[in-house]
Design a protein around this ligand. Sequence first.
Ligand code: 5AD
Ligand code: SF4
Length: 450
Amino acid sequence: MQTPQDKKRNLFIKSYGCQMNEYDSERMVEILEKHNYSSVDEPNQADLIILNTCHIREKAAEKIYSELGRLKKINLNSERNTKVAVAGCVGQAEGQEIIKRSPIVDLVFGPLTYHQLPEMLDEIETRPGQPNKKLVNIDIPEEDKFLQLKGSRKNLKSISSLLSVQEGCDKFCSFCVVPYTRGVEISRPAKQILNEAQELIDIGAKEIILLGQNVNAWSQSNGKDTDMTFAQLINEISELNIERIRYITSHPRDMTEELMRAHRDIEKLQPYLHLPVQSGSDKILKEMNRNYSSQEYIDIIDKAREYKQDIAISGDFIVGFPGETDDDFEATLDIVKRVKYAHAYSFKYSPRPGTPAALKDHQIDEEIKSERLKTLQDLIRQQTRDFNSSFLEKEINVLIEKQGLGVNRLTGRSSYLQSVHMDGDPSFIGEIVKAKIIKTRDNSLEGIIL
Ligand code: 5AD
Ligand code: SF4
């Protein structure tokens, strides 16, 4: 399928939110490159602007409307007749509403339909003598997007490459929009994933990050039962010529002992586990529909550490969920103290339209949410600082990902996902080097290459 005229055009794409969106943006670029689009860094040079959006919290969604306001002010080159598209989860959730609120938008689509981009662009193409057409495409398609994404991965965005293996979510946590914007949980077939991993390796990837909203729920079934588990998939990927494997994000309910064992047995699988608990209060966890207790979560962490003693634990927290009392919040602080996180994300609860928690009584005051968030973030920051400090004078492996800021500066990652900065020649990019840590900071390490 060819876009009309197939003339050379410029594409500006901006990604918001999670790594799934980053991955989707990479795939959109690949699709459009086949139709003669080249990426540009400035929206005012573009014939097509795509905002690949996030709807997870209100702030994230509102960002899009301010960006659209800014774009309107930019003197969009009228000769180009620049088209503006809103993709991603805001597109899926708000559909037509976006065009109503922001008439500069020509096209709205969601995370499940971006493989149809050439056809959608064809439909909104300006044709002489015809009025400009707008399109909203947020129907859940019958076909599998990934099967339609023909062609191979050609653009290595980074040494550490994203690979989406699982999409959507059936867990329906009461605060979360994902099941509504990304649809039901699906696992891509193992063969497709292994092919894509090989393509990424062929163009220079040294690390593959397997992505999914519930990545550890990935499984391949033969119609009756499971014929490949997530741990087995990781094992198969580890047989390829890749240095490191990671996965993100996991749900405690799907954390199997087999996967914990994989951290011990598969050397390429990095010692890092992002396992959101959200709250330490059993009452709140129940209200959130998380389906585990705080003790069950702690047991999982303890077991993971039994298998892999140095595994770095990270997580997500929500403060100020409806009905959260001081005691509930204390329970969250307690679980953080008990687990000792290497790193964690924390957010103020944000009511999302259409989710059950948004309708609950006892919404918490913004001021209390802010106070609790600060207390929690201070504690987590201290834990990250302690975690980083424990690396002083240690010799660790670092995968060099890119040039750092300044002459002959390099930036890489430790196995535990810390940023490591050091002096060194750019020829090291893509290599795993041994580095001695000479200084530790709140959010990074300074090393010297040995
Ligand atoms: N409000 C605040 N945080 C949220 N998250 C998801 N939904 C909401 C919401 N409505 C957080 C959770 C999740 C992370 C991706 O975003 O902590 O793990
Ligand atoms: Fe949202 Fe819960 Fe699904 Fe995670 S598990 S994507 S928080 S519904």
